[in-house]
Write a protein that binds this ligand. Structure first.
Ligand SMILES: Cc1cc2nc3c(=O)[nH]c(=O)nc-3n(C[C@H](O)[C@H](O)[C@H](O)COP(=O)(O)OP(=O)(O)OC[C@H]3O[C@@H](n4cnc5c(N)ncnc54)[C@H](O)[C@@H]3O)c2cc1C
Length: 362
């Protein structure tokens, strides 16, 4: 039986492990954490990603646990609508709406679909000084076959990407820091509100709760000396309803803060092959993108099913080349779009002209 070693059991690595297992591969998944992810806010799952989850056998569980996303708008801080997003338009072609699911619920569903023996939690693997040969030999110590393929799924700060492709391809700070959480406030509409150098988003969620997110221009690593909640209330004071209500309900313990990175420059290939060595990058390790389009996890799921379809045992190099052809261009286009969307949302100069154009385009 062909054997794949996968590095990282995030969404990309776990989904790939399920896909390859279904395709007849023996899989070993190394994850440095000791258990599946238990934190994180909600993720928007777009129809293409839901189709990928259907292929992995997890789609129905997700539909049952998720909330279909309501209609939405982009607004100015005074509440004026700049653009609208109709839920029907997103749904019309694929037949599924965008579904919101708690990240930990998705992580649990994926972990439950894996063979228990496939995953080794608490297994941090280290590429330092290792060539591809020793990557492929990773599971030899465990008495397992040498890997026919190494799947690199160790996230946006991937050390294996560096080992394979060099220091040039890095996680680049976007200049924006993101904060998010969930509050017990009922809202009815998805809104994202743009102000100079900052934005605030509100998404109705389950059981009368609301997910919120904010982003602001900030140096990397900066944290509010007087607490994030006080800083948020000051930055977004006077913004339209229901932002004030949401801000009143936020407590310091509920705020998650992440600086936002993407992978830059675009990778020349998602595949490194040569001799008996085969490695492939999936998810954020390949195409880490800013969350502005809400597509990083979705694309990781599509990577997983595409790779599983491409990798016929015995014809690994051909299958990897096909995966690269199918996935590199579309995901790199999204990386660029996402970064530009973030810049437009935070625009300081020409924000007035941007708003006029958006309103005219409605
Ligand atoms: C604020 C925010 C909001 C987002 N919202 C959305 C959204 O609505 N919809 C969407 O589709 N996407 C969204 N995303 C993007 C999404 O979170 C990522 O694209 C996705 O989590 C990437 O999954 P991954 O498995 O590639 O990487 P990760 O989730 O980073 O997983 C990598 C895994 O590898 C492990 N690992 C790393 N190094 C090693 C090692 N040496 N040995 C063993 N294990 C290792 C890590 O512990 C980790 O578990 C958002 C991102 C952010 C920051």
């Amino acid at each position: 039986m062909p054997h794949a070693t996968i590095i990282g059991a995030g969404i990309a690595g776990t989904a790939t492990a399920i896909g390859l297992t279904h395709a007849g591969w023996h899989v070993t998944l190394h994850e440095r954490a000791t258990h599946p992810e238990t934190s994180g806010a909600a993720l928007g799952i777009w129809p293409t990603a839901l189709a990928a989850l259907d292929e992995l056998g997890v789609g129905e569980a997700l539909r049952a646990a998720a909330t279909p996303q309501a209609a939405g708008s982009i607004r100015r801080p005074d509440g004026a609508v700049l653009a609208t997003l109709s839920a029907e338009r997103v749904t019309r072609r694929p037949g599924d709406p965008v579904h919101l699911i708690a990240r930990r619920d998705l992580a649990e569903m994926l972990a439950a679909a894996l063979p228990v023996s496939a995953v080794r939690y608490g297994s941090k693997v280290d590429p330092s000084g290792a060539g591809l040969d020793s990557l492929a030999g990773l599971d030899n110590e465990a008495g397992e076959a040498r890997a026919d393929v190494v799947v690199v799924a160790d996230g946006v700060f991937s050390t294996y990407r560096t080992a394979l492709l060099g220091e040039r391809y890095r996680a680049r700070y976007t200049g924006q820091s993101g904060l998010r959480g969930r509050v017990a406030v009922t809202t009815h509409e998805v809104t994202e509100t743009w102000g100079p150098g900052r934005r605030f988003g509100v998404t109705p969620y389950l059981d009368g709760t609301t997910n919120w997110y904010a982003s602001l221009d900030a140096p990397p690593g900066q944290r509010a000396a007087g607490g994030e909640v006080a800083m948020l209330r000051e930055l977004f004071a006077g913004w339209h309803d229901p932002i004030g209500q949401v801000l009143d309900a936020i407590t310091e313990d509920d705020v998650m803060r992440h600086d936002m990175y993407d992978v830059h420059p675009h990778l020349p290939s998602y595949v490194v092959t040569g001799g008996a060595r085969n490695a492939v990058l999936v998810g954020d390790a390949a195409h880490g993108m800013t969350p502005d389009l809400g597509r990083g996890a979705c694309e990781a799921l599509v990577d997983a099913v595409t790779l599983a379809r491409c990798l016929a045992p015995g014809r690994v190099a051909e299958g990897l080349a096909r995966y690269d052809r199918l996935r590199r261009r579309p995901t790199q286009r999204l990386q660029t779009l996402a970064r530009n969307a973030g810049r437009i949302a935070h625009a300081r100069r020409l924000a007035g002209a941007r708003d006029l154009l958006l309103r005219a385009a409605r």
